[in-house]
Every structure is written in C-alpha cells, then in structure tokens.
Design a protein around this ligand. Structure first.
Ligand code: MSP
Length: 515
C-alpha cells in the first residue's frame, strides 16, 4: 500500500482580493505537501474558493455583476496567487462547480435519511461577514447599542423558515471523539477552546436560508438554499470523488490527514464538520490545525484600516523564496505573529544571505577555484568531519517529527542550527589555508561540506523550492536524485563530478534610500 497524505486549505471567500493571510495558510499546506511528496507519500493537496452565500451575493450586487460572473472573475485572483506563490496543489475546487453541488445534495439527503435534519424557523443573530449564527450571550454591545460578534462583525436579526441539523445530539459523541483523538485539534490550547465550547452545550444548527438565492438549493425544497458553511465544508469530500465512497480517491484519501485553517474558523472545522460527517455515517478528518493571525507592524489587518498586505507586492519587493522562508520562520506555527519590514529584511540579510547563502557560496567558490571545478576526492574522515556530516544525516528524522506536528519554524531552526555548525566548521578547518599545506585534507573538508550542503538543499526544498533547486544544480545533483530517499549515508556525491560555475543564491537586501 502506498503511503498517502491528504491536506487541505480553507476555501477562500472571493469577495476580496487575496492577502497575506490567505497566502500564509496555503503556503503552510504547500510546504507540508512538498515535504510529504519528497518523503515518498502520494499526496493530494487541495485548495480553492468558497463562492456561495449572502456575502458573495451582496458583493456581486455591489459590483453590479451577476454572482456567477462575479465569482468567476474573483476566483481567478486566487488561482493567480497560487501560481505566483509556486504552490503545488493538485486540485483547485470552486463551490460553484457541478461536481460540488452534486456532493452537497447527496450529503444533505444522507443527513435527511438519517433523521438529522428537520424543518423549523430560525430567529436569531447572523453575521454576514462571518456567515455565522451567534447566540445572544456571545455578542458584545458597542457604545451605539449595536451588537457585534466576537470577531467584530456586525450582526443582524434574522427570522425565517429554516432547516436545522440536530447538532445537539452530537455533544457527547464529539467529546468522546476528541478524547479518543487527542491530536485531532492542534495546537493543544485550541483544543481547549473547542472543548469548552462543546461542553457548554450545543444548539441545533440552522442549515438553510430562504432570504436570498445564491447557493445550492435544498433537494426537494428549493425555496431554501443550503447554509454556506455546510456547502463549503463539503468541498473536502467533493474533491475526493464523493458521493462515490466505495472506490477511487475517496477510499484512498479520506479521511483527510489535515485540514489547515486559521484560528477564526476552527469551530466550523472541529465541531460542525465532524458532527455533519458522523451524522451522515462518514468518517471525520484526522486533524484540524488552527494557525494564528498576522498583524501588520503591530496593527490588526483590516480593509477599513487600509493596511492589507498584498502578497504579490511583497514577493516583487523581497523575492518569492525569501517571503516563503520569512512567513514560516518568523513565528512559531500556531501563534499570532507580527509582520514588519524590518523583521523581513533582518531574516533575508542574516539567515539567508549571511548564514545559508554565504556557506554555499564560499564552499562552492573554493571548490571552483581550488579543485578545478570538480567535486574533490576525500581521504579518511576525521571526527570533526564525521560529526558535521552526522548532523546532516540526523536532520531528516528530526524534520519528519516536526512536520508531523506542523512545527514549521522549529524545522527551520533545526536546519539553521546545522547551517551554523557548518559555518563554524569552515572557520575551524580553514580549507583556504590547507590549500598549500595539505591539499588532500582540503579536498576532504570541502567534500564533507558539499555533502552537508546537499542535505541542507534537499531538506529546504519544501520551503524554498526554486533556491534549493538552484543550489542542487550547483552541486550537480541529478533531478531524480533529490528526494529524501537520496539522503545519506547510502548515497553520496561523487568525487570528480564537474560542477557548474557557482552563483550567489540569496543577495543581501539593500534598503532603498527613501524607504
Ligand atoms: N470561506 C471560509 C472558509 C471555508 S473552509 C470550508 C473563509 N474564508 S476566508 O477567505 O475568510 O479565509 C479565511 C482564512 O484566511 C483564515 O482561516 C485564515 O486561514 C486566513 N486568514 C485571513 N486573515 C488572516 C490573517 N490576518 N492572518 C493569518 N491568516 C488569516 O473563512
């Protein structure tokens, strides 16, 4: 049986242009998907757009467009971002696609057949921005007497006929499920939030609306359209071929290994979604990881503050791999983090240019100048050489561990600890001085370094695919020898291999005079 891994991003609302938050969530999934592929897994990596609901309908109206034309146009921005950021998704789903509407209808029928849905009337608060219902007790009241959701979104009173899902029946079963699967929600602190919400008691959930039209009609009662979150969450099974559950991708990839989400949408993924699935007789996903939020130079990012960070601009300014590195290195994954240009430049100049770039550059130029541009022969390895090379060998296991916990910044820290050791080793061994005194020894030292850099370049591929590929090119590592199966000790570089002329990988960022 091949090892398989299924990872998903949230599907993004298309009413706004993509920003750093969207780029961040998908990046984390991309890095994970790339890691797993290099580690021999058959991976399915899904992203896409969430195109139904009241918010989309009113945004389309405001733009003077028909909702389908509006979502067609806006969804393209997210596909452009995905290409631009070099994401390696295997599928991009849109909830307006027929395959998805079919899956929604089927899930609805399944729930209905199991008596999990009944008709009633909803009277309560609704926040269009969150597309979420709120209990009175959850709301805050502003000085003007207007009520707002915990997210800050305005709420409106809604009273309309509605189908309800018997969420209240699932409280105990959900609690049992969390207990049996302690890593279902990560980080652990987020699990506590989920537990306290569920222990607080669950109300039946309104799962249809009648006051607007833009959505999937309820089978058999098309005066109702399905609640946009029931529709949206279903995308995760649509993409593996649901309603076909007996064959194909569903059997290969479901339950998903990981739904990556921001902390704002944890409740939908960790409470409603497993309840819907269990109620339909389907398996819940294996894990939901809720990451933190970015602020911009200390301020909450919001359209009204006008401080949205545009990922396209960021990449133009700093470079793609630089941005990919920064976003996953700067903040322990799961925590909130602050974006600042100073921090970005600091990481580029110190971690990338000074540490990693400089290591590669000096070793490759010494080989180029002193070994005739060929990988040198090596003699007997000393304990210092072995100790450095062992660091490289040990990295893989330790990264597997970190990746299984989505600890991306930790993984980068561990990689950079080896970069630092390698730089210290260069200083300590001073191969430039050996050139005259002991050229054979110089060859051994440079070979040990090249081997270490090969490990680093293979293992940084998920984070920085382009730069790592260029570094592997400079080491003349064949393209089909770049997976984790080629990490040592069974495989090594071959002395005598001709190397291309070295070129710098990570230029220092020079601040412009006026910035
Ligand atoms: N459409 C729903 C998700 C449905 S999934 C079945 C949705 N879409 S969204 O466009 O609002 O995207 C939300 C996601 O964007 C968050 O969960 C988070 O992943 C990301 N972020 C949005 N702003 C963010 C920050 N400021 N910082 C980090 N990520 C944030 O919710």
């Amino acid at each position: 049986m091949p090892k398989r891994y299924y990872v998903t991003t949230p599907i993004y609302y298309v009413n706004d242009k993509p920003h750093i938050g969207h780029a961040y969530t998908t990046l984390a999934c991309d890095v994970l998907a790339r890691f797993k592929r290099l580690d021999g897994f058959e991976v399915k990596f899904l992203t896409g757009t969430d195109e139904h609901g009241q918010k989309m309908e009113s945004s389309a109206t405001a733009a003077g467009m028909d909702p389908q034309a509006f979502t067609d146009k806006m969804s393209r921005n997210f596909r452009d971002l995905a290409r631009f950021m070099n994401y390696s998704h295997d599928d991009f789903i849109r909830t307006t696609e027929e395959r998805h509407k079919r899956a929604c209808r089927d899930l609805w029928r399944r729930l209905e057949e199991r008596d999990q849905i009944y008709l009633g009337t909803y009277a309560g608060w609704y926040a269009v921005r969150d597309e979420a219902f709120y209990a009175e007790s959850e709301l805050d009241e502003g000085p003007d007497g207007r009520k707002t959701a915990p997210s800050g979104a305005e709420v409106e009173w809604v009273e309309e006929p509605s189908y309800f899902f018997r969420l209240s029946d699932w409280q105990e079963k959900l609690l049992d499920f969390y207990e049996a699967n302690p890593d279902f929600v990560l980080p652990r602190t987020r699990l506590n939030e989920v537990l306290s919400f569920v222990r607080g008691g669950l109300q039946d959930l309104s799962v249809s609306r009648t006051s607007f039209r833009w959505g999937v009609p309820v089978p058999g009662d098309d005066g109702h359209i399905m609640y946009v979150w029931l529709d949206a969450l279903t995308n995760y099974i649509t993409a593996v071929g649901y309603p076909e559950t007996g064959a194909g991708e569903y059997t290969e990839y479901w339950p998903a290994d990981l739904h990556m989400v921001g902390k704002d949408i944890l409740r939908f993924h960790a409470v409603y979604w497993p309840a819907f699935l269990m109620a339909a007789g389907l398996e819940p996903p294996k894990r939901v990881f809720a990451h933190g939020w970015w602020t911009n130079e200390g301020e909450k990012i919001s359209k009204s503050l006008g401080n949205i960070i545009d990922p396209f601009e960021l990449v133009e300014k700093y470079g793609l791999d630089q941005v990919r590195y920064f976003l996953l290195r700067e903040v322990p994954f799961g925590n909130d983090g602050d974006f600042s240009h100073r921090a970005m430049i600091g990481r580029i100049n110190s971690d990338l240019a000074n540490d990693y770039g400089n290591l590669a550059q000096r070793v490759l130029s010494m080989i180029n100048k002193n070994c005739g541009g060929e990988l040198p022969e090596y003699g007997k390895f000393t304990s210092a050489d072995k100790s450095l090379m062992n660091e490289g060998l040990r990295l893989y296991g330790s990264l597997q561990n970190d990746f299984n916990k989505q600890a991306f910044s930790k993984a980068l820290e561990v990689i950079w600890a080896v970069v630092s050791k390698a730089n210290l080793y260069v200083d300590g061994q001073a191969p430039w001085a050996l050139k005259k005194t002991d050229p054979k020894r110089m060859g051994t030292v440079l070979f040990a370094l090249a081997e270490t850099i090969r490990h680093l370049a293979i293992l940084t591929q998920p984070f920085m695919p382009d730069s790592s590929a260029r570094l592997l090119d400079q080491l003349a590592v064949p393209e089909d020898h770049r997976t984790f199966a080629f990490l040592g000790p069974d495989y090594m570089l071959i002395p005598g291999t001709r190397l291309p002329k070295p070129e710098g990988l990570f230029p220092r960022y020079q601040e412009e005079e006026d910035s």
